[in-house]
Design a protein around this ligand. Structure first.
Ligand SMILES: N[C@@H](CCC(=O)N[C@@H](CS)C(=O)NCC(=O)O)C(=O)O
Length: 363
């Protein structure tokens, strides 16, 4: 296990992170933000504030590596820096974000609601990054009850004053040490999987989404699903050249065809068992028709019309206890269509919500 500062230095991708964020050279003084926001209405990629610059100069979107990668030890007497305790950790998410959605979904499924606190940012991602609002200002938002901050970026600077990366959700925060434990969704869901089992309700103890005997199969599915589907929609949607867009949209639909075949023969992705592989794919699939199909130009096919087996699988998961309460379609649609003005300059939010996932599962 790494300590919070050791991990930052050990992370081999740290240099790439610095290179990626070289435009953000100082802490966000108000002058800095005013200067950056003046051009925020422009749709020209070059004149956008850094927070809206998704694609590289060659037109391709490359996701920056995540910088806080600590784990939490289950054994409170292990002497580790981060150990499992009730009400010590706090999860920051956006209902809109598919990566954050994974973490809040596992939190719900594992019965961690009373063990790990929750804050939900406003769906609008502005020039200063994710912001905390009251539920009156933004229904569905939950203010920062752990640190009482106005912006998510303030937490990153509390944890690491020299931080130069993006201010992303999810963030798993340690209230005791006042720092970020981890901001990588794929690792947070594994932390939630079994680490807090001493504190969860009886039915959730031992419930695992990463069972020992299926680990290698889950890992190999996760790899291609992440690259071509989870991140594939972003690589298509954030591309700023025709070439980059076409290069990434083709493998996305090849993978969806492959998934359709899998779900025509199996109930779940791995071993006919509901695992983290399903959870990781599902948060992308439920956003596909309402957002990615139009906004990210992933419109060769739709889930509702062209992938009946994927749709049946999506409904099966949506209808599991506690899942539907983690889906906030208003936040999802308003975030993408309303915040990413370089892609949708008018900010108009389309009326469609995608397929009705609460419908009976038939085929
Ligand atoms: N690798 C991260 C990616 C998280 C991520 O990209 N989150 C997006 C929202 S969907 C974000 O917060 N973006 C804000 C920004 O880039 O300024 C994870 O899986 O946890």
């Amino acid at each position: 296990m790494y300590g919070p500062f050791a991990s930052k230095i050990l992370d081999s991708s740290f240099k790439a992170l610095i290179a990626f964020s070289r435009n953000q050279t100082s802490l966000p003084s108000s002058r800095y933000w005013i200067r950056r926001t003046m051009s925020s209405t422009s749709t020209n990629q070059e004149s956008l504030p850094p927070i809206y610059k998704w694609a590289s100069t060659d037109g391709e979107f490359r996701r920056a590596p995540t910088s806080f990668r600590n784990v939490i030890e289950k054994d409170a007497n292990s002497g580790a820096q981060f150990v499992a305790e009730k009400d010590r950790y706090h999860l920051y998410i956006s209902w809109a974000c598919p990566w954050a959605h994974r973490t809040v979904l596992v939190r719900a499924l594992k019965g961690l609601d009373d063990v790990i606190g929750l804050s939900v940012v406003d769906h609008h991602l502005g020039p200063k990054g994710w912001k905390f609002s009251t539920p009156e200002e933004c229904p569905g938002a939950i203010p920062d009850t752990a640190n009482n901050k106005a912006y998510l970026s303030e937490l990153y600077y509390m944890a690491w004053p020299e931080y130069k990366g993006r201010f992303t959700v999810p963030v798993l925060w340690d209230k005791k040490l006042g720092t970020i434990v981890n901001n990588e969704s794929s690792e947070i869901i594994r932390i939630f999987n079994t680490t807090f089992d001493d504190f969860v309700p009886e039915h959730a103890k031992g419930l695992t989404f990463y069972p020992e005997n299926l680990k290698s199969e889950i890992d190999s599915i996760n790899e291609w699903v992440y690259d071509s589907v989870n991140n594939g929609v972003y690589k298509s949607g954030f591309a700023t050249t025709q070439e980059a867009y076409e290069k990434n949209v083709a493998p996305l639909f090849e993978s969806l065809d492959r998934l359709e075949k899998i779900f025509s023969e199996h109930e779940f992705l791995v071993g006919n068992t509901f695992t983290e592989a399903d959870i990781r794919l599902w948060t992308t699939i439920i956003r596909f028709d309402p957002v990615y199909h139009g906004h990210f130009k992933c419109n060769a096919k739709s889930i509702e019309k062209d992938y009946p087996h994927i749709l049946r699988w999506a409904r099966r998961i949506y209808q599991m206890p506690k899942v539907a309460q983690t889906v906030n379609m208003h936040h999802i649609k308003h975030h993408y269509y309303g915040s990413q003005k370089n892609i949708n300059p008018t900010g108009i939010v389309p009326v469609g919500n995608g397929p009705d996932l609460s419908k009976p599962i038939i085929l």
